[in-house]
Design a protein around this ligand. Structure first.
Ligand code: TYD
Length: 134
């Protein structure tokens, strides 16, 4: 399984760091939605779903967390611990987010508006979907 982790270029100077993300330049899709998770309770795992067509980039802009990616054949755990790193998560990919530090803010850039019909929340259904859409 190929893991695509972007390393964004910070504009750093003596005042600090600034990261700018532009659609089509740094982000390979139209950004239709941004959401973020914070105050995640200790020990919590979130996600447990895949998307039929949605693409995302996950950026832990503060603190750290881990992402488990599963394409139905292989699983990989990717740590996110830098505000200038972005993990690309394609469609047809089961994801679980866990090991959040208490100060973690996980921001997600998404290619589509929120649509419950695009979710696959049942793991067996996901495996079936992957087989059918190879
Ligand atoms: P949920 O899908 O449970 O989050 P996770 O996949 O991280 O476990 O979403 C939590 C709630 O937020 C749920 O009621 C749906 C709502 N929600 C929106 O309204 N818009 C969004 O863009 C997202 C991602 C969630």
């Amino acid at each position: 399984m190929q893991v695509i982790k972007y390393v964004f270029q910070p504009h750093g100077d003596e005042r600090g760091q600034l990261v700018a993300l532009e659609e089509g330049k740094d982000i390979p899709f139209k950004i239709k939605r941004v959401y973020y998770m914070y105050d995640t309770a200790k020990g919590v795992t979130r996600g447990y779903h895949a998307h039929k067509s949605l693409e995302q980039i996950l950026i832990c802009i503060h603190g750290s967390c881990k992402i488990r990616l599963d394409n139905g054949y292989e699983k990989k755990v990717v740590p996110l611990e830098k505000p200038y790193e972005g993990l690309y998560v394609a469609n047809n990919m089961w994801r679980e987010m866990f090991d959040f530090s208490s100060d973690a803010v996980l921001m997600v850039l998404a290619s589509e508006l929120y649509d419950e019909n695009d979710y696959i929340r049942n793991y067996d259904e996901f495996l079936q979907f992957v087989k059918e859409n190879r």
